[in-house]
Ligand binder design. Structure first.
Ligand code: DC
Length: 210
């Protein structure tokens, strides 16, 4: 069984994907981490994230980079969003994600284009979202709890910029697949969002087996 979880930054899709993986005993891939590794490697190479050739060269990042805490930094998320615009980068990362999805027994993948490009054949698809203000509020609270001094307005502006880049790019933009279930986490607790996600996937699976 393949479960695709897509959505904008800070929507809660990563938490939901991990919870679904645990519930259905499936391996999970955070595909954003691959783009983060490419963005960070571009910077390590003193390249320009907006330059397709520089970003493509960084797709050869060492596997050990995936465990680097720097990949979780806000600045790395911005670099990831910039390198992900280049079709060459998306093509270089495609097969790895497709193979993960198609492994025997299935998998859960979260990202931006899982239900549309990487695994259009997924058994269940969720599009996880919340308003930009709510996502900024959550991201701001998380940063403050980690001791990062940043204003809410700065975080909101960053979320708007990331959304515009992720939805506006020509190749594989962030888009709800026509057969994806919408899950708005705006008014839900983490536990509530996870319960709703499990219920949506189970409903999808039972409809498919009818
Ligand atoms: O999910 P995330 O915030 O870690 O992703 C970082 C960036 O990577 C995101 O802004 C766009 C890009 N990305 C993508 O283009 N396609 C994916 N499947 C996953 C992430």
């Amino acid at each position: 069984m393949i479960i695709a979880v897509d959505g904008p930054t800070a929507s809660g899709k990563g938490t939901i994907a991990r919870a679904l993986a645990e519930h259905f005993a499936l391996p999970v891939l955070d595909t954003g981490l691959l783009y983060r590794a490419v963005g960070y490697q571009t910077q390590l190479d003193h390249g320009d994230a907006d330059d397709a050739a520089d970003a493509l060269a960084a797709c050869d990042f060492p596997a050990s980079l995936l465990g680097d805490p720097a990949l979780r930094y806000e600045t790395t998320g911005g670099l990831a969003s910039r390198v992900s615009v280049h079709p060459q980068v998306r093509a270089a990362l495609f097969q790895r994600q497709r193979d993960f999805a198609n492994q025997p027994g299935g998998a859960v993948l979260d990202g931006r284009d899982i239900g549309t490009v990487i695994a259009p054949h997924a058994d269940a698809k969720l599009f996880v979202t919340a308003s930009a203000e709510e996502r900024a509020r959550r991201r701001h609270a998380e940063l403050v709890s980690r001791g990062v001094e940043v204003g809410y307005d700065v975080v909101l502006a960053d979320i708007h910029a990331r959304d515009a880049r992720d939805t506006g790019r020509a190749d594989a933009p962030l888009l709800r697949a026509t057969d994806a279930d919408l899950l708005d986490t705006g008014d839900l607790t983490i536990g509530g969002a996870v319960q709703r996600a499990i219920a949506l996937v189970e409903a999808r699976l039972s409809r498919r087996s009818m």
